[in-house]
Design a binder for this molecule. Structure first.
Ligand code: GDD
Ligand code: MN
Length: 413
């Protein structure tokens, strides 16, 4: 039986998240067009028909024949992608991508752009919370020479319809966190959380993206070559059908995304290359180590302090160190060395890494105990300062040996 791929069903690229130049992708018959708009969807069967109709009539009036709509659906069980596909005979400018393996809003947008023919690439939510007519103002701003035009809730004419105090507070809190961790990216726009914007393709070409979670604009501003930015105010409408997919996990994803952008900036990469030393990884390893210090210190206090259990120092230290090792492994595997860990999935591989990590850190713990006792007995008779020094020495050992042994991919030729 042969499987016939409907004409407007796009295949999902399985390459890295990189947007090709138009010339290399476009054949003789495929002309580039002005505008490609991606509509990421998950469980939007009740909205997709309506939004496609509205967007099409809007764009047919202003740029007829010079645009395409690309629905990227993550195999929604409500059949959103099928509904969209059934509309393609009536709306030939509509294309549909059904993703079965990958998930997530940000990567969906990039997958859509990878298949786009537009010189301007845009994104809009599929639930009609982004008022479609704002698209025309955004397009206008791009035509005036801006690289990126973003719809914002936080400029004149912008707002949210009826958000509770808690929701506003969380949203602003997340923005503040963005300003602290990544000021030069989030500080460039009034609404870095916006998922309603468009950007010149030339700003994104040949860049490999690596987003997590929901906030695609962070990725575009953080890695793209965007200079001039325009903002257009809009009111974030209430949902009429379906529900938001935002959960607590997305807040964590957001923080991870900010940190990833912070420590994978080009400068860090360049320095790493020049020095032949993975600075970004070392900083992350150091931060994870710091979390371990708190764990270690807290347990050491609970076990050895004269006000608590008053166990002997060495015994307390070994237990404290072991617990910290477990804490650090989890973070290092999920974050510091995630590039390697994701290539070696499965419990077996993970266990192997954990055992190696444990052995190396156990050796580190010996060094740690040794240094602690030396410093405590001969240099500084303060167990906490001595412990800090011991941890610093062990950290350098731990990083280097783990980099070489635990999280490495052996290239097979
Ligand atoms: N393909 C795909 N995969 N689409 C998804 C996924 C996913 O995993 N998760 C959500 N979507 C789609 C939804 O179907 C919707 O069209 C759009 O992405 C936004 O998702 P919502 O869950 O409705 O998000 P929201 O309204 O709470 O959040 C929005 O907050 C911003 C304002 O703070 C963001 O999505 C932004 O776009 C918006 O501007
Ligand atoms: Mn929504």
């Amino acid at each position: 039986m042969s499987i016939i791929q409907p004409k407007n069903l796009l295949s999902v690229p399985n390459s890295s998240l990189r947007i090709p130049r138009l010339r290399s992708k476009v054949g003789v018959t495929n002309q580039s067009i002005l505008f490609s708009l991606v509509i990421p969807t998950y469980l939007e069967a009740g909205n997709i028909n309506k939004i496609v109709r509205i967007l099409s009539s809007l764009l047919d009036e202003t740029i007829p024949g010079d645009y395409e709509l690309i629905v990227v659906d993550d195999n929604s069980p409500d059949g959103t992608w099928e509904t969209a596909l059934s509309m393609t005979s009536e709306f030939p400018q509509l294309q549909v991508m059904r993703r079965e393996k990958e998930r997530g809003l940000s990567s969906a947008v990039i997958r859509g752009w990878q298949n786009a023919r537009g010189r301007v690439l845009g994104v809009i939510d599929g639930d009609l919370q982004h008022p479609p007519h704002i698209l025309l103002e955004l397009l206008n701003a791009i035509e005036k020479g801006n690289d990126l035009a973003v719809a914002s809730r936080h400029v004149e004419d912008g707002g949210v319809s009826s958000w509770s105090f808690v929701r506003r507070f969380l949203s602003r809190g997340a923005q503040l966190l963005g300003l602290i961790i990544l000021p030069r990216v989030t500080g460039r726009v009034s609404d870095p959380m916006s998922g309603f914007f468009m950007v010149r393709r030339s700003c994104l070409e040949d860049i490999t993206f690596n987003p997590i979670g929901y906030k695609i604009l962070l990725e575009v501003l953080g890695r793209g070559k965007v200079e001039e930015i325009a903002e257009v105010g809009y009111v974030f409408c209430e949902r009429q059908d379906g529900e938001s997919k935002v959960s607590w996990r997305h807040y964590l994803d957001y923080i991870r995304h900010l940190l990833r952008l912070r420590f994978s900036s080009e400068k860090v990469e360049q320095l790493s290359q020049r020095w032949g030393f993975p600075i970004g990884k070392f900083i992350r390893f150091g931060m994870v180590g710091l979390s371990g210090v708190f764990v270690d210190m807290a347990v050491l206090y609970l076990l050895s302090d004269s006000n608590t259990l008053a166990l002997p120092l060495t015994r307390s230290k070994i237990i404290a160190g072991e617990i910290a090792i477990f804490n650090n492994f989890l973070w290092n595997d999920a974050w510091t060395f995630a590039d390697v860990a994701t290539k070696q999935q499965g419990w077996h591989q993970r266990l192997k890494r954990f055992l190696k990590f444990n052995l190396i850190c156990l050796a580190g713990l010996l060094i740690n105990v040794l240094v602690l006792n030396l410093v405590f007995n001969f240099v500084i008779p303060n167990r906490y300062i001595a412990n800090l020094i011991a941890i610093a020495v062990a950290t350098v050992w731990n990083f280097w040996v783990n980099l070489k042994l635990s999280w490495r991919v052996t290239q097979i030729k």
